[in-house]
Design a protein around this ligand. Structure first.
Ligand code: HEC
Ligand code: HEC
Length: 535
């Protein structure tokens, strides 16, 4: 039954946290559908033999060697570009399992689950759409031969005791245990964001990061309390994540204590800062007074936030494969004179060149943390946008940079106009156009404000902001401790900025309508093109 329970929990988990009623409904429907599928699957599976290692090998060669390697040692052609690296199956180490701390052999259901669902936050894809339950059973049988486990009995499943339900009291008890003697905060940070105080490596010498527990979409297992309880109990094999049920350890916790911590961690793994694919427009809010200067100013909360996916820059040299930041959250406020962006992203390390402590937790070549906002110099017609990486010769872009500084230099703001990624870049005088910025780092999160006047003296070089127009905007971020500098960084695609005008502004309504119409035509066109390409 372990498989069914775990798959269910996974889908019940917070992968759609904060997405409102329809998402919950959709999830419930999906859950029922999956339960039925699994029930049928399970009955069907019991009719099959446990899994045929030879057949599994054939599937493995076809599907898994790219990452896990022909010999199963994790050294496939794609491996050198992945962090975390693909698992070396000869080591008999499985991260997400339900068998007790000292047991080596997982139950088949543990491996089935990981192959079926994949491991969020890593390159390990889920295979449920591609492979049948029988294929997956065959694969499991084959994987066990790689570690010489085929004859072994699976280990003892951990003792779940009586689950402590989520309640304010349990979460509070868990919060205390999490911080007591820095039990979990030592690695996961004061607010659970995994902000590093030391450099962790896994057993094979690869850099590992304590999980950012506020980001449920990066949990390899889910953020359901039962899953978290299991991780705390077994630890995560091959990494520094310890077991808190190791009989030989002084740090052993009771079952009740582990449930309380699990409930607390579950409460951390809920965030409003989730990517909503439908959210492509940043709505800048008009304020009566000045645009706030500091990132902590509570007025920023008046603007709705949008969270976007940051992906590594893979287009131009130096291409970059191992990012550490995955999302960026943006707000915007403006008045008749000025516009300000508030950008916020989790970064586990404050990267300060020249600082000894920062160097200790950094990859070689420590540089500043930084963020950039990209805007077109001229407002595009309709839904047309400049090339997303630094524009192009006919469609130049403005890049507003904020850099975090070093032990000898203050944080800085700069401005360039770019005409294509290989093309000409002109450094400009940020002061002259009134571009200003400030940043603050607190417990694993950077918040940066960049402000500029709505209009400048040079429309040929600077974007002139106007109300009611859909303005393309994109973002880049650099984690200086992660070897990110120059073109090695993460970035978003183009999104839209809309300065929401005063109510009752009809010209804006028409502009908005025209824009939506163009967008719909584009979507229709793209769909027909895809259909034509398929047939
Ligand atoms: C695109 C790369 C990629 C491909 C293809 C891939 N994997 Fe993985 N796999 C990974 C990575 C990366 C990890 C390690 C993730 C981690 O350590 O958090 C992993 C981990 C695993 C694990 C370990 C689970 C655990 O609990 O530790 C299993 C089992 C696994 N893969 C099976 C497979 C099978 C079977 C296939 C083929 C059907 C496959 N993988 C294909 C990248 C890949
Ligand atoms: C010595 C450092 C260290 C300590 C102490 C520690 N962790 Fe972790 N933890 C890690 C690392 C490293 C990972 C990521 C492992 C990996 O690479 O998959 C992790 C991962 C996790 C995960 C992720 C599970 C998943 O499904 O992805 C959870 C939950 C977690 N830790 C909870 C805790 C709790 C709760 C405590 C305290 C009771 C704790 N950790 C103590 C280092 C630590």
């Amino acid at each position: 039954m372990a498989t069914a329970e775990f798959n269910l929990r996974d889908f019940q988990s917070g992968r759609g946290v904060g997405q409102g009623g329809t998402a919950v409904l959709r999830r419930t429907v999906r859950l029922i559908a999956i339960s039925l599928m699994l029930l049928i699957g399970l009955t069907a599976t019991s009719a099959f033999s446990a899994g045929d290692a030879e057949k599994g090998e054939q599937i493995y060669v076809q599907r898994c060697t790219l990452c896990h390697g022909e010999d199963g040692d994790g050294m496939g052609p794609a491996a050198e570009r992945l962090n975390p690296p693909p698992r070396d199956f000869t080591m008999a180490q499985y991260k997400i399992r339900t068998t007790a701390f000292e047991e080596i052999v997982p139950v088949d259901g543990d491996l089935v689950r990981m192959i079926h669902d994949g491991m969020p936050g890593t390159a390990m894809p889920g295979w449920s759409d591609v492979l049948t339950e029988q294929d997956i059973n065959d694969l499991v049988a084959f994987l066990k031969t790689l570690a010489g486990l085929e004859e072994e009995e699976p280990g003892q499943i951990i003792d779940f005791g009586a689950q402590v339900p989520i309640s304010p009291e349990s979460v509070e008890a868990g919060r205390k245990l999490f911080h007591e003697d820095d039990r979990c905060s030592e690695c996961h940070g004061q607010s659970g964001k995994g902000d590093a105080v030391k450099k962790l490596k896994d057993d094979s010498g690869y850099r590992t990061w304590p999980r950012n527990l506020t980001k449920p979409w990066t949990f390899r297992g889910s953020n359901d309390p039962r899953d978290i309880f299991t991780r705390i109990t077994t630890g995560i094999a091959g990494t520094q994540m310890p077991s808190f049920d190791d009989p030989a350890s002084e740090g052993r916790l009771s079952i009740e204590q582990r449930w309380n911590i699990a409930n607390y961690v579950n409460s951390l793994a809920k965030t409003e800062k989730v990517v909503r694919p439908e959210n492509i427009v940043i709505r800048a809010t008009r304020v009566a007074g000045p645009v706030p200067v500091t990132p902590e100013d509570p007025q920023w909360q008046e603007a709705p936030s949008s969270t976007f996916l940051l992906v590594p820059q893979l287009i131009t040299p130096d291409r970059f494969f191992t990012p550490s930041n995955d999302t960026i959250t943006v707000r915007a406020l403006y008045n008749q004179d000025e516009i300000g962006f508030h950008v916020e992203w989790d970064d586990r390390t404050r990267s300060i060149p020249g600082d000894g402590a920062a160097k200790k937790i950094s990859e070689p070549g420590l540089s500043e943390d930084a963020v950039a906002i990209q805007l077109p110099v001229t407002l595009p017609v309709g839904a047309e946008k400049p090339y997303f990486l630094h524009g192009d010769s006919r469609h130049p872009v403005n890049l507003w940079f904020w850099r975090s500084g070093s032990t000898t230099a203050d944080p800085s703001v700069s401005l360039v106009t770019a005409r294509g990624s290989a093309g000409e870049t002109t450094a400009r005088d940020a002061d002259a156009v009134g571009l200003q910025g400030s940043g603050s780092y607190h417990e694993g999160t950077w918040q940066v404000v960049l402000r500029r006047s709505m209009t400048t003296a040079d429309p040929a070089e600077d974007l002139q902001f106007v109300e009611g127009a859909f303005i393309p905007v994109a973002f880049s971020a650099w984690d200086g401790s992660n070897g990110e500098r120059d073109s090695a960084h993460t970035l978003t695609t183009w999104y839209w900025l809309l300065l929401k005008p005063q109510p009752g502004n009809t010209p804006w309504l028409f502009a908005g309508f025209a824009f939506v119409l163009i967008l719909l035509i584009e979507i229709w066109w793209a769909r027909t093109a895809t259909r034509r390409a398929r047939s």
